[in-house]
Design a binder for this molecule. Structure first.
Ligand SMILES: [Zn+2]
Length: 324
């Protein structure tokens, strides 16, 4: 499961890799696995099931850096992948999740520099936002929030705790929007997301375009049935308007889903869906496990690919988060 790439006009950000690193990763994976083209992998998944040695590559979020940096490598290697696209940027929405991420990494030399400014801003406006900053801080220190995600630093966890638990979407957006205007940052849509022509091009090259919700909520499973249905129905309609075909495969935004999500996907013609964890639910085609590229990088650096039991699969985790 791939997200961000750097190179050319695409900045280095937390968890991003270069084209060379992707190339090395494919070489590393091919020592043990066979990378199967997405269409063939999906056919197998829906029928006899791929073998343990057969894997596929997936790209989430429809990011321009994937198209500019990773696609040429895939073209060279002759690999066709899955591309899971959330559709709001394709109808003109500057989705905040990605805008804020780009802001964090383009305006600050390091993520620690961003966090330092974020805490100063938050402390300043905490009274007017009705946030008890000091108490929340000590609540966080007492909690195990996100401790299961080994690649998050203490600060990463603290930031996500305030963003997701203490502030919630509305207050977080308002805080970030004032920070962005203070820094005079102006995001460019063309730099962040693949446009309609790019998606058409991927499809024409034989890659599989899949669903990933319309607006990429971070906690889809907290939505009621109707709102979840809206997310995937619009997503499907927008993608169909570009490739002329209804997508039949999906991945869950931030890995978040529940039984309603699966029911909805079935009803709109989706035959298979990927999660964001390596936990394998036997025989569940709506729970296909994935490994994050950051973890594969770490394994490459350690020179090993598998767990001690020779498997890439792991114990159940409730959700698994990539660098969002
Ligand atoms: Zn995503």
């Amino acid at each position: 499961m791939f997200h961000h790439f750097h190179g050319g006009c695409h900045i280095v950000c937390q968890g991003s890799i270069s084209g060379e690193e992707l190339y090395d990763m494919v070489t590393f994976l091919e020592k043990k696995y066979t990378i199967v083209d997405a269409a063939e992998w999906l056919r197998k998944a829906c029928n006899e099931g791929p073998s343990d040695e057969e894997i596929c590559l997936t790209f989430d979020d429809g990011l321009r850096c994937q198209y500019d940096i990773a696609l040429p490598i895939l073209n060279d290697l002759g690999i066709k992948a899955f591309w899971f696209i959330y559709s709001s940027p394709l109808v003109g929405v500057m989705e905040k999740l990605e805008v804020y991420r780009h802001f964090r990494f383009s305006k600050f030399a390091s993520i620690e520099d961003f966090y330092a400014v974020f805490w100063i801003f938050l402390e300043k406006v905490s009274k007017q936002m009705d946030v008890n900053y000091k108490r929340s801080l000590s609540d966080f220190e007492m909690s195990n929030f996100c401790k299961e995600f080994a690649f998050y630093s203490f600060q990463d966890r603290q930031f996500r705790y305030f963003r997701d638990i203490i502030l919630g979407q509305e207050k977080y957006y308002s805080l970030m929007d004032s920070l962005i205007s203070y820094y005079g940052y102006k995001p460019h849509k063309e730099l962040l997301w693949i446009d309609r022509n790019g998606i058409k091009d991927l499809y024409a090259r034989g890659h599989i375009i899949g669903l990933h919700s319309h607006s990429h909520p971070t906690n889809l499973k907290s939505f009621d049935y109707e709102d979840q249905l809206r997310e995937y129905r619009i997503n499907s309609e927008v993608i169909e308007s570009i490739i002329g075909q209804k997508p039949n495969v999906a991945s869950y935004p931030c890995g978040s889903f529940n039984s309603d999500t699966v029911h909805i996907l079935r009803n709109i013609g989706v035959n298979a869906a990927f999660v964001e964890s390596t936990y394998r639910a036997e025989n569940d085609i709506y729970h296909i496990p994935r490994e994050d590229h950051a973890n594969i990088m770490a394994k490459m650096n350690e020179g090993r690919l598998c767990n001690e039991d020779n498997s890439i699969y792991e114990q159940p985790a409730e959700t698994y988060k990539s660098y969002k």
